[in-house]
Structures are given as structure tokens and as C-alpha cells.
Design a protein. Sequence first.
Length: 278
Amino acid sequence: MIRITETRLSKKILSEALTDIKLSGKYFVSSTSKKYEISDYATFVCSNGVVDIYNADAATGCCISIAGQSTNDVMFVSSISKMLNYIKNMEEDIVITVDDFITLSDGKSTFKYGKTLNHPTEAMIARLISFNEYLLNINLDSTVDVNDAEFIEFSNTILEAMIHISPDTLDSAIKSCDAIGSSLYKIDIHPDGIYNHGAFEIILSSSIHNNATEFCSVNLTSDVQVKGEPATVSFTGQVNKFFSRTDDAVFIQLKDEFPLFFVQNDRFILKAPHISVN
């Protein structure tokens, strides 16, 4: 017998989440900066009045949690672009019915289409789901002082550095670095200073790949809270866009040669470090 599940969602909130979960933007791909999105598929996990939406490729994963009442717990995969196209002209309250198909309805219009069997990076999605459950049990609320926030443990290793930053400050720093046009970024937490010897500094920088003469650096030291050990991690992708919906602060956690974590109250990104190959 097919189990039918209905989930009620706000069209505006769902549309914003689907747009953001693609992580669209400029990335460093094949030795150049290109427009890219991590995938056009999202995994939905509906349970206990919350809908967690996941997306990933081999190097990046993300999750957004939104409110949504479901008649049963359910997990399904949908094309993002297809769902966005169908809901754009619908009314505010949308009901998603899941059986062998996905049906979208607002009481007037109804769209029905096939589910996707699995997300293209199913193993990464499974890891994100486990990590999201782990996050619920540690103190990383955006209102928490950095000294009270907890370090993330990943692959049996506790990360060593933490930055508490506003979305506006992160957005401004990324946009400054984007003038270089490489879509490559580096976070340096340095106790002895990189540009101001003897002073503690937090620097976001960008440079042209394999070109040491063209670069941008933004000193974030006076604009953020920080704790932990020195760390340096490079990454690609305009993460600032993902965190621009609210004023809630973002926690960035890192450790040399480990994945980088960006956590806001209702969402997070996990990014593999970018390794330059000369």
C-alpha cells in the first residue's frame, strides 16, 4: 500500500529556500571563474513540523530548514527548477502530496510530476542529514557569544577556530574580493598578524590563480568575534548570498586542511577546502 503524505508550506518561504539551496554563483572551476550551481536536485526530509531541504555536489553540501506541517514523516527528491517553475504562479499556501508522484496544489491549480529516485550525490546527502541532527545538540545559536559557542566535531576531529560574523560583514568582504574575479577565497586567522606584525588578525583574501601579484585582502579583525587556534583554509563559491535572508549572525568554523563550516540558525554549508595545484 502506498503511503501518502501531505505537507503544507508557505510559497514565499519555499521559493526562497529552493532558490538558495542551489548555491548558484561564481565558482573556481577548471582553472577559471564560472557560473555554477551545485545541483538541480533537492532532498526533502519532512518531520515534526520541520522540512529540511538538502543539496550537494562532491565538494559542497548545504541545508535549509523551514516550517511545514506533514501528515507523516517523509523523504523525497525533486528537481529544484521544476518545482520552482510550477509554484511561481500559485497562491501563498501550497500543499505537497507525495506518493509515487509529487503533487503541488494551492486549492486552484494542481501540478503532478515524477519523483527523482535518488539525489545525484546520495552519500553526501546522508552525511548532511547526520550532521544536521548533530547540530541540534550543540550550542551554535546566532545570538550566542562566541565564547559560549561550541566547536564542531567532524570525522572524530574537533575544529580549532571559530568566527562569529554578521551576514552584512561577510557579504561586503566577499564582494570586495570578487573584484579580483577569481572566485577563490582564503580565510586566515593569524595570532601574529599577516599585514600588521605582532597584531592578531582575521583576513579574507582572494588572488588570481597562480598569480602572486594580483590579490585583494580584507581585514575583518575589528568586525567579528573569534576564538580558537590559528587556521588557514581556502574555498571557492560566493557563500555570502546563502546567508543574506536574515540578520542572524553566521558562525564559521575551520581547521587547516579540513572542511569549512558556515552555520546560521536555519541553514548551514559544508565546503571541502580548495587545494591549489601548481
